[in-house]
Design a protein around this ligand. Structure first.
Ligand SMILES: *Cc1c(COP(=O)(O)O)cnc(C)c1O
Length: 405
């Protein structure tokens, strides 16, 4: 045990997760582990609600309410007004809906501003939407080191699409400052919270953010392919046009009217029938957050990443790892550049330490404060040191690329 584990107020929360023996899991930022509550809930939903209740469960078991009721549980984790979050579809699809709605809310402007190194699906969705609207690809402007955001946002910017925590570098952007900057120019802001929700405090309402999306399967631990969450500030909801205007977003879906008429409030963000099994797993996974606070999660996350960075220092000097995470503005992950990052990551996984590789040369380590121990961090770095010393990454099996990295 590491001394910090003795005084860790979050240590009791680890038992809520089913973590395989002999594995140190530094990839909860990509796919959260299995919460024990989800196992119990899935069994109940499959065997009782589906198996016995059948179609009656849409009402009796509250299935039809899940997009809202799960959203109500996510709202405090992202600093959102209680009834302004819904759970539905994937992050990519929800981004499409919000980008389209935001452009329509700002019709005299053409531009979308994002970042060149944001998660690619965000850019792909923007590119696809522009093509569909018959607009020029150049309507999407990408900020980069040589063209900072401040120089990209202007009077023609309709919407700014930003990742709160960068998936590759781990940099956490200043939500309050950047939202205010965009608003000064009259632009709307969509925040992608994929790598922050569940790991650190987010204050959407306080920052006056316009819109947000995020993943259910990363730090929220909702399971592979868990549905995404979508947020629209209450002030925008009445004007918001969902381009995927399906019946679940209708004011009265079971009137089966031939004419679409959007629901009042955030329900208009919905499209079709919710994936009940996935929603139930995510709902159960969220229970653990009621045992702690975001401030406590953040404090531990910062301590875990600080410990890792400190222990990694000698490896950086000896083996050429370069920490590219801006430490003062870090999220809950650390990213090390190394020319052999892919093979090193595979060799590390073979030793029971699961991190991931991000092209072209990044070893990414995620630190989920709900279940990681400080001892896990020191063991992980010790395993990395041992494999570098033995040059274990040179083995051919560690140099073959799999489909998912
Ligand atoms: C993980 C991630 C996504 C994933 O989108 P899906 O539609 O769930 O595949 C989107 N954006 C960011 C920033 C991510 O990190």
């Amino acid at each position: 045990m590491h001394p910090l584990d003795h005084t860790d107020p979050l240590a009791p929360l680890r038992v809520h997760f089913q973590l395989p023996e002999g594995v140190i899991y530094l990839d909860g930022n990509s796919l959260g582990p299995l919460p024990k509550a989800a196992i119990v809930r899935m069994r109940e939903v499959v065997e009782q609600q589906w198996g016995v209740g059948l179609i009656r469960s849409w009402n009796a078991a509250g299935w039809v309410e899940l997009p809202r009721s799960v959203g109500v549980k996510i709202a405090p984790l992202i600093g959102a007004e209680a009834d302004s979050v819904r759970v539905c579809d994937s992050t990519s699809v929800n981004l499409y809906k919000l980008l389209s709605a935001a452009l329509a809310l700002n019709p005299t402007r053409r531009g979308i501003v994002s970042e060149a190194d944001t998660f690619p699906t965000d850019l792909y969705m923007a590119q696809g939407l522009l093509a569909q609207l018959g607009r020029a690809p150049s309507d999407l402007t990408l900020a980069s080191a040589s063209a900072p955001l401040e120089t990209c946002i202007n009077a023609d910017t309709a919407v700014v699409l930003l990742s709160h925590v960068n998936y590759r570098t781990g940099e956490c952007l200043d939500m309050a400052a950047l939202t205010a900057l965009a608003h000064r120019y009259g632009a709307l802001v969509i925040w992608d919270l994929a790598h922050s929700a569940g790991a650190l405090p987010v204050a959407l309402a306080e920052c006056q953010a316009d819109f947000a999306v995020g993943c259910g399967y990363k730090y929220l631990n909702g399971g592979p392919g868990a549905p995404s969450f979508i947020y629209a500030a209450p002030r925008h909801q009445a004007q918001l046009a969902n381009p995927l205007s399906g019946w679940f977003g209708h004011a009265n879906p079971f009137a089966f009217s031939a004419q679409y008429s959007p629901a009042a409030g955030a329900n208009r963000l919905l499209t079709g029938t919710p994936p009940v099994l996935s929603m139930a797993a995510l709902d159960a996974a969220l229970e653990v957050f009621s045992h702690t606070s975001l401030a406590a999660l953040r404090q531990k996350s910062l301590a875990l990443t600080a410990l890792c960075a400190e222990l990694m220092q000698p490896l950086c000097e000896r083996y050429g790892f370069a920490n590219i995470t801006p430490m003062p503005q870090r999220g809950s992950q650390l990213c090390y550049r190394h020319p052999q990052a892919y093979a090193i990551c595979q060799a590390l996984i073979a030793r029971g330490v699961i991190g991931d590789f991000r092209a072209p040369d990044i070893l990414r380590l995620g630190f989920a404060p709900l279940y990681l121990r400080y001892a896990d961090v020191s063991t992980a770095v010790a395993e990395l040191a041992a494999l570098m010393q033995a040059e274990a990454w040179r083995a051919p099996q560690f140099n073959l690329r799999a489909a998912v990295t």
